[in-house]
Design a binder for this molecule. Sequence first.
Ligand code: NAD
Length: 297
Amino acid sequence: MTAIGFIGVGNMGGPMAQNLVKAGHDVKAFDLAKEALQKAVSAGARAATSAQDAARDVEVVITMLPAGQHVKATYLGPGGILGAARKGTLFIDSSTIDVDSAREVAKAADTAGMLMIDAPVSGGTGGAAAATLTFMVGGSEAAFARALPILEKMGKTIVHAGGAGNGQAAKICNNMILGISMIAVSEAFVLAEKLGLDHQKLFDIASKSSGQCWSLTTYCPVPGPVPTSPANRDYQPGFTADMMLKDLKLAQQAATAVAAATPLGADAARVYSDFSEAGNGAVDFSGIIRMLRAAKR
Ligand code: NAD
């Protein structure tokens, strides 16, 4: 049994913390939202009174927060958790944040005598509940080795991607592929509709041809071919358009910082930004097909 502090028990962190409780760990949870904290307590966690309290006298601290500014505010500074924890505590940040913030926090953790990994996830709330998340990890070999048995209780695929920040780099590269491919698949279905080609026929052919990809075969943006995809439930998320937009913006921020040309990534960020500004931020990201269908050439 490991004593674990868990900060940020929302849609993702809640079920992740619950899986650690189920695995027999002693979980001390904290969230600014009372309802989220209450849920974690109902699932068997102990309630901490603050982020610092959650980080005190534990062996591992996991954070699952919205964005880079929340992670920096939680870790750094006089009121930060790095100052509250015992030396040698292992910190795991599973939030999706910008690479620079991840590296800044990892450096501060190292200076404070702590171990730290960035370990963003893929797999959504379903994967969090089923403990089948994919973890993309950046950090030292020693920190990765210590984190592995804990991550295995929340995920199925755990890949060490290199030094600090490389987990976040892997996450934004993956989600840039996903954003672009969802738009590509959606455009193909809209074109097929206009050409009089049936959805199922295009699916049957493209899913066995070179157009095959996850956005088509697992998360198909039209109802019918993949019964579990959000298209079959009026695009209820799933993974919201705003979350996709957040990740595409992070990819663009990173691309600008290292002068990488990502023309389709930039286009995808613009398309999702338009979709979100039109009031669709809470719609599943595969709902982008509705905007593309309505668009004028
Ligand atoms: P969420 O908003 O449901 O949960 C975040 C929680 O953090 C909230 O309960 C909020 O009250 C809490 N919080 C915010 N600031 C805090 C602070 N300073 N101290 C303590 N608690 C604080 O979001 P989520 O869907 O659980 O996503 C969390 C992270 O995981 C994000 O970075 C997101 O991009 C990433 N992610 C989400 C999904 C998904 O499908 N939801 C998938 C992969 C990755």
